[in-house]
Design a protein around this ligand. Structure first.
Ligand code: ZN
Length: 379
């Protein structure tokens, strides 16, 4: 009979102690003993096989060997009951039903343990790549500022910061924009009051620095500026500039040119060509605009790889305007109390957004302020 109760168990199956899965295992098994020793012994063995199952498939087989609807050993033993003497039938029937409940409970506990183990393994799998925490970075304009400040620091310039809310006199008057001069019209200005405005360029910093200090001066003026512009793809009503100012004795256009060439090669690469084109700014004389050979088409104005299509960045000219510059106007020196017979100087200024747009081919100035991470994390 014992053989029949163990039929279906493969001797190769691994075994384990069911007591580690079911707290009352031993107690419930010992209650079977006096009822039917054979059933108790078979239940102990089925229990060990169920407890020893290494995965859900093995557990299903172990469970079927004991309680399967057709071939389960205990199921078949229940089917044999009518052939037993009445007295035996009663106790064996109770024992088998008790054993069924016990092994069912054990199977459920074992299945839960296997699921938990699988979850834990997934959580502790050292071969899964780690989750890299999201790390921010400098804004692309901040990166360009850092790069420029590094560069000018290497040329002996230090940083001077000045207010974004400025006196009309510092933004215009002392920079040789006389009242009602048409050059003021080029700066669409946000006025806070009659004499107070949001600075339209970083050049008011020169005036403040020169009023505070005596020459020689070698300074850069980074910061945000404001213009009451109609906003579109290439215009914003706030953007960033950096100005540079060098004041000493006998400063010439040659000094300016060599400084700007150093700047251009550092920013756009050693092979870049530059040119100075005369242009009017009230605060310099002579004034110039510096162009660099187009970084996209190499200065040819045509894109060789695209069937000599016209380069859209330089519009076919081969040149890009990158900054304005010139020798400091004598009227500016007079306004800050420097003697223009004694002191000379040069200055330059450029837009940071424009540098970023040219370098990275960014078509839309508004992207810089939208704080869209998909845009910002590309740089
Ligand atoms: Zn070009």
């Amino acid at each position: 009979m014992t053989d029949l109760l163990l039929a279906g168990i493969d001797p190769g199956w691994s075994k384990a102690d069911p007591a580690s899965l079911l707290e009352d295992w031993r107690e419930r098994l010992s209650r079977l003993e006096p009822l039917d020793a054979e059933v108790a012994a078979a239940t102990a063995t089925h229990g060990e096989v169920i407890a020893g199952a290494g995965d859900p498939a093995a557990l299903t087989l172990a469970h079927a060997a004991a309680l399967g609807r057709e071939r389960g050993a205990l199921t078949r033993a229940l089917g044999e009951l009518p052939n037993l003497p009445l007295e035996r039938r009663k106790t064996r029937g109770r024992a088998l039903n008790e054993a069924k409940r016990l092994l069912s409970d054990l199977e459920a506990a074992k299945r839960l343990a296997l699921e938990r183990a699988a979850e834990n393994r997934a959580g502790l799998d050292v071969t899964i790549p780690g989750r890299r925490p999201w790390v921010g970075r400098r804004h692309v304009l901040g990166q360009i500022f850092d790069e420029l400040l590094d560069l000018f620091h290497g040329l002996g310039y230090s940083v001077y910061t000045s207010p974004e809310i400025e006196h009309d006199e510092y933004n215009f008057g002392k920079l040789n924009f006389p009242p009602d001069h048409p050059a003021r019209d080029a700066h669409d200005t946000y006025f806070v009051s009659d004499q107070i405005l949001l600075r339209t360029h970083t050049s008011p910093g020169w005036v403040r620095a020169m009023e505070e200090r005596r020459p020689p001066l070698r300074l850069v003026f980074p910061g945000r500026v404001y213009r009451a512009e109609q906003v579109d793809a290439s215009h914003m009503d706030q953007f960033h500039q950096i100005d540079g100012l060098y004041v000493d004795r006998d400063v010439s256009m040659a000094d300016l040119k060599s400084t700007l060439n150093t700047f251009a090669r550092s920013l756009y690469g050693g092979s870049v060509r530059t040119r100075l084109v005369p242009i009017y700014f009230p605060f310099v004389e002579p004034g110039a605009q510096m162009d660099v050979s187009c970084v996209i088409c190499g200065g040819s104005g045509r894109l060789e790889r695209e069937g000599r299509r016209r380069c859209s960045v330089c519009k076919g000219s081969g040149w890009l305007e990158v900054l304005g510059a010139g020798l400091v106007h004598p009227n500016v020196f007079r306004a800050v109390g420097y003697d223009p017979e004694q002191w000379t100087g040069f200055a330059f200024g450029m837009g940071i957004e424009r540098i970023a747009m040219l370098r990275y081919g960014i078509p839309e100035i508004r992207l810089f302020l939208e704080n869209d991470v998909r845009f910002l994390r590309q740089f």
